[in-house]
Design a protein around this ligand. Structure first.
Ligand code: COA
Length: 597
């Protein structure tokens, strides 16, 4: 079928829908719902058999939904309606939640039901549930709905609130008043729930020292305590710990409410550092934390007690597991340096295999664009950050005393999608989406990708992956050699598989030979072209990008980063997504051809 995806942004769910539908042989084009006319243009040019809206905040124009099969993927159970579905599900302690595929009609989320899937809820942030359980259920429901359309005989279910199966209801937009933390009364669990329900947007509005901030990234603390609820009692790696009536809670990120959006063209002239985007809490509060004690944590932390930790380590049966769960997978200079330190310590442990586990939502998304944007000199900070991530990748590439594995549960993009390739083996959960390209950020890229990527997929595919900034799923990734193994999409099963495979590798009678072969290959590669030469060539081009000049593309890095961090909507759907625009261009050029003679 010709399927047009209409989405508010090309977010993770839309990327996964794109990859899954294309893998089934459907002809896919995408249009962002930037305006009703953009939507109409996409429909007119592509003439779809079916329209699917994986993530839509806007209304579809009536002349579109009334003439086409148009599905809305709604993040709620049957009967649930409204713009804050998952927020309410978390706040109301729902034990089970779901996704429903609805026919678009005049009233939002009120159309006939084509498919619905449920999943058990867990204690996690809204974005975490969205990226894991909700995305998995949405894809199942979407594929079922597509099958039902193809069958031609399926009759969708009308929304009928008398049906006991329809448990949802119409709920309003959740307001800040309903999210507000009452520090004098709320327990740690309630505070965490409120912040979880507001992640990644809009955050929970709160006051610190008389200023309004949105709070993000809540973590329970088990040891620290303070007398004054709400008071900041400690800081660690950019996060702040605040006392609560029954303990304490860490908050990793803040966004100033009355932050200033400095226009792109004025950003070098402004000295105002009060940004209107999300940053590590300590960066936002600055000197306010001068007297707040730092609460240290072991670089190979292996405790089980709840606390704020970005890096931790486990070890069993000759295998070490290094977890690095950086918020949104973004890795700042200091985070990369700490990761390198922990990695070196893990290498010194008496194990045979070291597994790089990444984080729960993302393995890594490369350098930290928000921290760079907030730096006094973003070009210099970009340089420091890319070198820090390169240092970590180099350490993995040159590890000689162990076999290494990248175990990818969360997605990864740009530098993160190249960093996974530094390990000897790459295993990924089935539903992972990879974005192994830098072009949309106006970067040539580093992380030794010019060594690792062609080595795995060959030069032609490497060029294809990096030149066309599209996501790839695990089936394609495995077929082209980008990854080695596809593992389960269920977390516990996935962990079990990672453990079994890593332990089998460590206990393999061939282990000494495998390690020897790895060393020999690395030495041989080094003689052909040293890693330092790859790095120097990549960084030379990155330097050009950081200086604000283009390198082989038309995107300016500083502008692209500014737009990404400030969430500036694009003016039009990128041509690599909007196939209908490319078709249009082809048609136009065909029509114009005769004039050339
Ligand atoms: N630095 C800072 N923040 C980042 C980030 C980075 N490198 N990569 C992702 N994020 C943040 C997003 O701003 C978003 O923040 P939010 O919590 O405020 O919503 C969150 O992570 C999730 O990202 P999102 O883009 O919504 O996820 P996605 O699954 O739709 O897309 C990517 C994943 C990787 C395609 C996309 O995040 C991306 O392009 N990231 C930038 C990668 C990059 O260019 N890195 C620098 C070069 S190495």
């Amino acid at each position: 079928m010709r399927i047009l995806l209409i989405s508010s942004s090309y977010n993770g769910l839309c990327q996964r829908a794109h990859v899954e539908l294309e893998a089934l042989g459907h002809d896919i084009s995408i249009t962002l719902a930037l305006s009703p006319d953009d939507v109409r243009k996409g429909v007119t040019l592509f003439q779809p058999d079916l329209i699917i809206c994986p993530f839509l905040k806007e209304k579809i124009p009536e002349d579109v939904w009334s003439k086409h099969h148009c599905f809305i993927i709604h993040p709620g159970i049957k009967g649930d309606r409204g713009p804050s579905s998952l927020d309410w599900a978390i706040m109301n302690d729902e034990q089970e939640w779901g996704v429903t595929v609805l026919q678009a009609v005049e009233d939002m989320d009120a159309g006939e039901i084509w498919a619905s899937e449920t999943f058990p809820m867990r204690q996690a942030s809204k974005a975490g549930i969205y990226r894991r359980e909700l995305t998995q259920a949405a894809i199942r429901a979407m594929l079922l709905a597509v099958k039902r359309v193809e069958s031609g005989s399926h009759r969708p279910e009308p929304l009928d609130y008398t049906n006991p199966d329809v448990r949802g209801e119409l709920r309003p937009l959740m307001k800040q008043e309903e999210r507000r933390i009452d520090w004098e009364r709320d327990h740690v669990a309630t505070i965490i729930k409120k912040i979880n329900a507001a992640d990644s947007a809009p955050g929970v509005l709160d006051q610190i020292d008389g200023q309004d901030y949105y709070l993000f990234g809540a973590h329970e603390e088990s040891l620290l305590q303070g007398w004054q609820p709400g008071a900041i009692i400690a800081q660690r790696h950019g996060a702040i710990c605040r006392a609560a009536i029954d303990g304490a809670v860490w908050i990793s990120h803040l966004k100033r409410k009355h932050g200033i959006k400095i226009p792109f063209y004025k950003r070098f002239l402004s000295h105002d550092r009060h940004f209107d985007f999300k940053l590590p809490a300590a960066k936002v509060l600055g000197s306010m934390l001068n007297d707040t004690p730092e609460s240290p944590i072991d670089p190979l932390f292996s405790g089980t007690e709840p606390t704020f930790k970005e890096i931790w380590y486990e070890e069993k049966n000759q295998v070490g597991y290094l977890h690095f769960d950086f918020h949104n997978g973004a890795m700042s200079t200091s985070q990369c340096r700490r990761l390198l330190e922990s990695y070196r310590l893990a290498l010194a442990r008496p194990t045979q295999v070291l597994v790089l586990m990444g984080g729960r939502d993302f393995w890594s998304n490369g350098i930290h664009l928000n921290v760079i944007e907030a730096a006094e000199n973003p070009a210099n900070e970009s340089w420091r950050n890319i070198n820090a991530i390169d240092d970590f990748v180099l350490e993995v590439l040159t590890t000689e005393n162990k076999l290494t594995v990248s175990a990818v549960w969360g997605g990864c993009g740009a530098g993160g999608a190249m960093a996974i390739l530094a390990a000897d083996k790459v295993w990924a959960r089935e539903g992972v989406i990879f974005n192994p390209h830098y072009k949309t950020m106006g970067l040539y890229g580093s992380e030794y990708w010019t060594y690792s990527l062609p080595k795995r997929v060959g030069p032609v595919k490497a060029l294809e992956l990096t030149e066309t900034p599209l996501p790839i799923g695990t089936k394609k990734a495995k077929a082209i050699g980008y990854i080695d193994e596809i593992l389960s999409d269920h977390y516990e099963e996935y962990l079990q598989q990672v453990r079994c495979k890593a332990e089998a590798l460590a206990a393999d009678p061939q282990y000494p030979r495998l390690l020897e072969e790895k060393r020999n290959l690395r030495h041989k590669d080094e003689r052909v072209k040293p890693l330092a030469a790859y790095r120097a060539a990549e960084l030379q081009k990155m330097k050009i990008n950081f200086s604000g000049k283009f390198y082989g593309g038309e995107v300016n890095y500083h502008e692209a980063r500014y737009n990404f961090v400030h969430k500036v909507r694009p003016k039009e759907t990128a041509a690599y997504l909007a196939k209908h625009m490319r078709l249009d261009a082809v048609k136009l050029s065909e029509l114009r051809q005769p004039l050339a003679y």
